[in-house]
Write a protein that binds this ligand. Structure first.
Ligand SMILES: O=C(O)C1=C[C@@H](OP(=O)(O)O)[C@@H](O)[C@H](O)C1
Ligand SMILES: C=C(OP(=O)(O)O)C(=O)O
Length: 443
């Protein structure tokens, strides 16, 4: 346990760069391991989640190394070229690593055992197993589709067509990755678009991926199976989900002005910035440019008195990991913020809807938690704080309430900040470098 206290901050000032995008980092290692030749990845997120993916790729026979300058290299095995791992793959805290890998392993002709930490072992995996079974794979799991699981891959995969019942890039990606090794066309229909890093990066590695946008907003993604993936360089942009924390901190701490450089601005990831601007946030995007195929911009953020807003359910996929920190922002805004369509928050690293509600309440915030919504009533002055927050193996809860304590009247204590290392190593030092006062307590 690594407990921290977050005290009221002096104005935040400075220019920072947050670590590489987690979603893109996982995919760079996985797709590199399935390509022929050497893939070089720069800007990889060296967080625990991504390091689990690196270990899994090694266990499956790919050579994955870090060079002295921080570039990662992957010697791929080709699609379908993995070898049976001798041990159990430990995916740690990472839903993305586990679910994407289930798709890949569904069409490798051997049996893999996979586990994770207590958080991952409580998350639903049936959502991935259900669409993958018709491809020919067999799964054995704990009750209710929980990990640990065994994946008995098929040597005779069938392509499938699947309509997603929930907006989930992980489920979409698992099906597409299983389709890589199947003959013919694999199709995924998503009624409400989720992040498209799999589609973009598979195309970058030479696969044929067709995306059709329907009039009703749905996307139909069709992958042609059995391509030869060719090794490519990947430059990972910085993670907008990580940038969210210093951005909200600067908005809440009076007198702050910071620049967050080269933030990934993929439109399927930027719902939080749209929402904050609707709340009156002074966020300007400078130097919008394309870096290695992804849009990035420098964000200049100034302290702002925020107003409550209604956040439509349709925006949820583009800011799904950002609701905890948005709820923190809403606690300092004037008026009511209603966040709708939040049912997916209940199956993240923690039940984020319940944990956010309990933690806000512990910090004196007036709120209402529904099955799939959260209403936060702010009065426009600094929230009280003073809460003792349990992070429950959830990095985004820990970081969100560190941000809360930076702006609240009383300090906020977080029982265990160690989960932050899964996605944002160096978070506390980066925030303290801007002017925050986050202190470590205990071992
Ligand atoms: O595909 C991905 O990289 C991710 C998809 C999202 O999960 P869902 O697919 O469960 O929505 C997101 O919450 C997660 O942090 C990363
Ligand atoms: C939900 C998250 O990640 P994952 O599903 O990969 O554990 C997250 O990073 O907020």
């Amino acid at each position: 346990m690594k407990s921290v206290i977050s005290n009221q901050s002096s104005p935040l000032n400075g220019t920072i760069r947050v670590p590489g995008d987690k979603s893109i980092s996982h995919r760079a290692l996985m797709f590199g391991a399935m390509a022929v030749g050497e893939t070089r990845v720069s800007g990889l997120l060296e967080g625990e989640d991504v390091l689990c993916t690196a270990s899994a790729m090694r266990a499956l026979g790919a050579k994955v190394e870090r060079e002295e300058d921080g570039t990662w290299t992957v010697q791929g095995r080709g699609v379908g070229g993995f070898s049976e791992p001798t041990g159990v793959l430990d995916m740690g805290n990472s839903g993305t690593a586990a679910r994407l890998l289930m798709g890949i392993l569904a069409t490798q002709p051997f049996t893999t055992f996979m586990t994770g930490d207590a958080s991952l072992c409580s998350r639903p995996m049936e959502r991935v197993m259900k669409p993958l079974r018709p491809i020919g794979v067999n799964f054995v799991s704990r009750d209710k589709g929980r990990m640990p699981i065994a994946i008995q891959g098929t040597s005779n995969p069938m392509p499938i067509r699947y309509e997603l019942p929930v907006a989930s890039a992980q489920v979409k990606s698992a099906v597409l990755l299983a389709g890589l090794n199947a003959p013919g066309k694999t199709t995924v229909i998503e009624p409400n678009p989720s992040r498209d890093h799999t589609e973009k990066m598979l195309t970058h590695f030479g696969a044929e991926v067709e995306v059709v946008h329907q009039d009703n907003g749905a996307r139909v993604i069709t992958l042609t199976g059995q391509p030869e993936l060719v090794a490519r360089d990947v430059v990972v942009p910085t993670d907008p989900s990580s940038a969210a924390f210093p951005v909200v901190a600067a908005l809440l701490v009076p007198g702050s002005k910071i620049t967050v450089e080269a933030v990934g601005m993929n439109p399927l990831r930027t719902g939080l910035f749209t929402t904050l601007k609707e709340m009156g946030a002074k966020i300007s995007e400078e130097n919008r440019r394309i870096e290695a195929g992804e849009e990035v911009a420098d964000l200049v953020v100034e302290y702002s008195q925020l107003q409550g807003v209604d956040v439509p359910a349709s925006r949820a996929p583009s800011m799904i990991d950002e609701y905890p920190v948005l709820a923190v922002a809403a606690s300092f805004a004037k008026g009511t913020t209603r966040m709708n369509g939040l049912e997916e928050l209940r199956v993240k690293e923690s039940d984020r809807l319940a944990v956010v509600a309990e933690s806000l309440a512990a910090c004196g915030v007036d709120l209402e938690e529904g099955d799939d919504y959260l209403v936060v009533n702010g009065n426009g002055s600094p929230a009280q704080g003073g809460g003792e927050i349990q992070s429950r193996l959830d990095h985004r809860i820990a970081m969100s309430f560190i941000v809360f304590g930076m702006a609240s009247v009383q300090p906020v204590r977080i029982d265990d900040a160690s989960p932050i290392d899964t996605s944002f190593p160096g978070f506390n030092d980066l925030m303290n470098g801007l002017g925050a006062k986050v202190q470590k307590k205990g071992a």
